[in-house]
Structures are given as C-alpha cells and as structure tokens.
Design a binder for this molecule. Sequence first.
Ligand code: A3P
Length: 306
Amino acid sequence: ALTSELGKQIKLKEVEGTLLQPATVDNWSQIQSFEAKPDDLLICTYPKAGTTWIQEIVDMIEQNGDLEKCQRAIIQHRHPFIEWARPPQPSETGFHHVAQVGLKLLSSSNPPALTSQSAKITDLLPPSFWENNCKFLYVARNAKDCMVSYYHFQRMNHMLPDPGTWEEYFETFINGKVVWGSWFDHVKGWWKMKDRYHILFLFYEDIKRDPKHEIRKVMQFMGKNLDETVLDKIVQETSFEKMKENPMTNRSTVSKSIMDQSISSFMRKGTVGDWKNHFTVAQNERFDEIYRKKMEGTFINFCMEL
Ligand code: A3P
C-alpha cells in the first residue's frame, strides 16, 4: 500500500543534470524513441504553469465546444504526458506496467494533443518532434507564482519529495533542484526556440486577463474556426471555478494516498500574484537579483500581478 510516508522516501533520479521521477528515468530510452507524427501538437509547460488549463482548452477546441465529449475521460487520459511514467496506482488497475501508462495510452488512443514537461528542450524532448517539425504550444507562468504553486503541489503530492519549509523550498527552487529542473532553463530554452520552430508561446497571465483573446489564438494555431458563441462557451467552461468543480479536471479521482487534497487542492487558487502572500521582502529582493542574473540576455516580460 502507498502511504503518506512514501513522499518522504522518494529519491529522484537525473537525466543530463535534470531531476526527474525515478519511473520516468527508468523508461527514458523508450520515451526518447517516441515517434511523433508531423501533425502532432505538443503542449509544453514547466510544472504548475497551467498545464491542465491549456489541456482542457485544447480539448474543448478540438471537440468544437462539445462539453459532453470533453467528459469522456479524465484529462490525464485525454492528454497523456509522453514522460508520464509512475509507480502503480491503486486507482489504475488493468495495466501490467503502469510505469508506462503514458506511452501505452498514446499507442492505444489518438489524443488531440500530447503533453510534455521536458526541461532543457533540445536535450530532453524526443528528437522526432523536432525532426517532424511538429507544432508546439508553450505556456509560461511567472516564476514566483510557479514556485508558490509547486511548493503547495509538493506538499500534497506524495509522488514528489516533501518540500520542507517555505524557506527551504525557496533555495530548492532557485537552484533548480525540483522535478523537471530549473524554471529559468526551461523558459529560456523554449523562448530561444520559438522563432526557429512552429511554437505558439503563451502566458498564463494573458489567458487569465483575456481568455477569449488567447483561446482564439490557440484555435487559429490549431487550424480551427469556431463561432463566437462556441468560443464564449469554451471561455466559460475552462474558467478556474468550473474546472475546480469538474471531476474530469480536478484530480478528484486520484487516490488520497497519491494526492492528498485535504492538504492543498490540485485546483488551488488559480490567480496571478499569490507570490505576494508568500515571499518576504528580503526573499523578493534576493529573487529579483537572481532572476536578473539567470535571465540576462533573454527579454521576456512577465506580468507579476493583474
Ligand atoms: P495555483 O496552485 O496557483 O492555484 P498545472 O496544471 O501545470 O499543474 O498548473 C496548476 C496551476 O494552474 C494551479 O495554480 C491551478 O490552480 C492553476 N489552474 C488550473 N486550472 C486553471 C484555470 N482554469 N484557470 C486558472 N488557473 C488554473
């Protein structure tokens, strides 16, 4: 049985200096040999940047706003992660090698898009995505809110190491000692690639500020054309409030031994600027200094509050 103690025993492994979950590393060669097709759309995010949100948006666009069709399965199954390899889960019986559930799902279904959190992209993404010149949909979220969200996620997710205190986690995060590595490397890597490949680069904060505008961009990128009323419906159904109540997106089907939502909800706050409730003045100054150094030469403007 999996117990809440498990989280504390989790020993992460590394690929090319990036920390990953052990089951992902154990399946690494299989993941790397994944064969993308030219018309694949890959959703790429750093953890906690709004992965679930963009997954639901893409599926709703693909299904022309048909809510019932989007209820056909939980989001993790509708949009499998290519690197999603984990130890067996009590709620997912029927797989002999559940560690390969992501890959198995991919070969058995035809998802509208795939999802990846590969960090140093040129090194970690299966090469077939570049070779086939696939479409990439990248969502970036400001580093401070990502850190806060990831901290609470590690508190409740027993498949990840215990984050320790907020002060301890601050160091862990800025040093990139979290699963999928450094936020800075991830965002810089994709930002550099965006003019060389077919990448739509979106910001969490923009989707929050003007969802219809950003959802329309995604629709156009996907080569779809939907009516205004359908777009309005997608905006409504992918709001934080709706997705928090939706069992197909809120992870309520995941067992408590894996995600204990009594500690912190998977759909936690969904706001811009929650970092202000966590960062001390000193931490904020130190973070800004580190940010300047690490992001030198990369001109991305992140919105820190709405
Ligand atoms: P918070 O912890 O700040 O609330 P991911 O899906 O990549 O794990 O990201 C999770 C973060 O996105 C969480 O942030 C979650 O609340 C937020 N989120 C999920 N759905 C959202 C939505 N529809 N609107 C806004 N934020 C959303």
